[in-house]
Ligand binder design. Sequence first.
Ligand SMILES: [Zn+2]
Length: 284
Amino acid sequence: MPELPEVENIKIGLKPNVINKTIINVEYSQKIIDAHLEGKRALVKDELNYFKENLIGKTILNLERRGKYVFFTLNNGYLITHFGMTGAYFVVTNIEEIENKNYFNHRHIIFSLSTGEKLVYSDIRRFGELRYLENLNNFKPFNTLAPEPFSEKSLEYFLEKLESKKYRNVPIKALLLEGNVFCGCGNIYACEVLYKEKIHPEKKASELTREEKTKIFKSLVKILEFSIEQGGSTISDFVHSDGGEGNMQNYLQIYGHKMCPLNHDTENIVIKTRSTYYCPKCQK
Ligand SMILES: [Zn+2]
């Protein structure tokens, strides 16, 4: 699943290729059309006609990220995208330029641009979400998400949440995955930061000192920044908008590893349905 660093890289890669271009048509794959006919809003969360009618003729003025969402600011309204598990955008002149066969085969939404190019949304497992919004004020995920981790008020907000009645007795690993506690962390980085800070993933927020909580926060921000520089992680299906791969997977210390860097056997437990790697010797 693309996490914050991956989505940030998608944004960085995509932005110069879409700015100031106008959407002149929107086409859907037969799979998406059929799903919508069955009443399932696969990928497009609006009615297909509504989505299309509201995007045709709109010019893309900006592309930004909030959490794991990217949103295109249009001259009127917004196109919001969440990549789910396996979503990706490509800007191509010919569809055949999508070299990855999986993404080529699972291209589902094609936005024709005024330049003759196509902005293609591919999604193998189809857990992504696209929608058109007239304004962002009423979009609930944006209103409930924690502040962006790189913003100033973010640490204070994080500590407040961890000390709240609601979350005090929840394992720290689960809290790092709560978008309204920390914005844009995700499973890989939650495992990594707890290994780095030598904290057991099942430890409850109330069992951590303020200093430990602060260290987790700062360390997580650093890991995310480093991962953005490395182009994100390529664990399974994540590719950049240009089809390139990130390098962060080469720096992961615990996620997906049988041994920690100190050669102890790692363990894998499930916390809130997510597979959690940790080292029982290093993390207490
Ligand atoms: Zn260890």
